[in-house]
Design a protein around this ligand. Structure first.
Ligand SMILES: [Zn+2]
Ligand SMILES: [Zn+2]
Ligand SMILES: [Zn+2]
Length: 355
């Protein structure tokens, strides 16, 4: 079964199974969990084809290696989008299995019981639950250490606002590392409510200049990558994750590739998996709008640009951060069939990629 055509109710079942088992099992039994869930065709069984199962054994070490787990795939406003009654939003409202969470990844280290988030979204409460199977957590009370760090891309609400849940009113973490650019760090230190998180040491800012590489866990480094975007409050970065098994580039939110100083195919050289901004599918999606005003790259443009690279098999490309209007959200639509025909994919929540 191709993962992009996995029925939504399968996805919901997968989530339920994952959360239930995750609550029961410790990290020592993670390998058992992964095996069991994958045999049930429920975890990244679809990922076996396009993403690999992150929990698969690392041949070199005999232990489960690091992996990325997808926790959310839509634009900041979510699906259903706040206050929208378009057909996608109404369908998601009436059938919760069709809803999607705001774009977010977890970088997981099952052997160490560690997980870091990339971005802190409005859906963070659910997304913290989705990594509970990685690591040990106390029963019967709030876990003050639900994750081991957060890497922020930028200050727009869908990428930042969840950080507030680490504050006094909710989780009340202690010294949670937050990796971000110096400009983003300045924004957080200088503006409420974020400044209180810093003053109370609920979070500790780990400033990284765009272009810097830093370790995020055993054997895995992150390199931040300057991204052109509407930079009102902060600059914007993407992250290139490099592990012993694979590399993965995450750029969920960007201006057109034409605004990049390096051509995208060059940026993707040597990258195994690219997870890219898929906010809008094509100009047809935006009737009455001047296409030159739309800053996001259109999926159709990205596919044209990356066609040769994808056909060569050197890089697999997945789209995330889909706007609620995007026709590629329709699993039976002609757009997704066309995409898949060209070797491109819409990212699925629960999907995992080995690092
Ligand atoms: Zn966004
Ligand atoms: Zn809508
Ligand atoms: Zn943004």
């Amino acid at each position: 079964m191709k993962w992009a055509h996995v029925e939504d109710d399968n996805r919901e079942g997968r989530d339920r199974i994952g959360l239930f088992l995750g609550a029961l099992l410790t990290r020592l039994s993670l390998a058992v969990l992964v095996t069991a869930v994958c045999f049930a065709g429920s975890c990244s069984g679809d990922g076996r084809q396009n993403g690999r199962s992150g929990g698969e054994k690392d041949a070199a070490s005999g232990s489960p290696g690091a992996f990325v787990r997808v926790l959310g795939t839509v634009q900041d406003g979510g699906l259903p989008h706040a206050a929208c009654t378009c057909s996608h939003c109404e369908a998601a409202r009436h059938d919760p299995a069709r809803r999607r969470w705001v774009a977010c990844l977890a970088v997981c280290f099952p052997s160490e019981g560690r997980a870091l988030l990339i971005d802190a979204t409005p859906d963070i409460r659910t997304q913290l639950d989705q990594v509970r199977d990685v690591g040990q957590h106390p029963n019967g009370r709030t876990d003050r250490h639900p994750v081991d760090g957060v890497l922020l891309t930028h200050a727009h609400i869908g990428h930042l606002i969840g950080l507030g849940f680490f504050g006094f009113e909710a989780v009340h973490t202690k010294d949670l590392p937050v990796f971000c650019t110096p400009r983003m760090a300045m924004f957080l230190r200088s503006n409420g409510p974020w400044d209180l998180l810093v003053q109370r040491r609920e979070i500790v800012l780990r400033e990284q200049q765009p272009g810097a590489s830093f370790p995020v866990g055993p054997g895995v480094t992150a390199t931040s990558l300057a991204v052109p975007h509407r930079d009102e409050h902060s600059d914007t970065v993407g992250y290139l994750l490099r592990g012993p098994r694979a590399s993965l580039l995450y750029v969920p939110d960007t201006d057109s590739w034409r605004a990049w100083t390096r051509p995208l195919p060059q940026v993707l050289e040597g990258v195994d998996v690219a997870i890219l901004d898929g906010t809008f599918y094509s100009a047809n999606e935006l009737p009455g709008r001047d296409i030159s005003e739309v800053r996001h790259p259109l999926m159709t443009e990205t596919m044209t640009l990356l066609g040769p690279l994808v056909r060569s098999g050197r890089t697999r490309v997945f789209f995330t951060h889909l706007n609620h209007s995007n026709p590629a959200l329709d699993a039976r639509g002609k757009e997704i069939r066309a995409m898949e025909g060209h070797g491109f994919h819409v990212l699925e929540e629960g999907q995992e990629f080995a690092l």
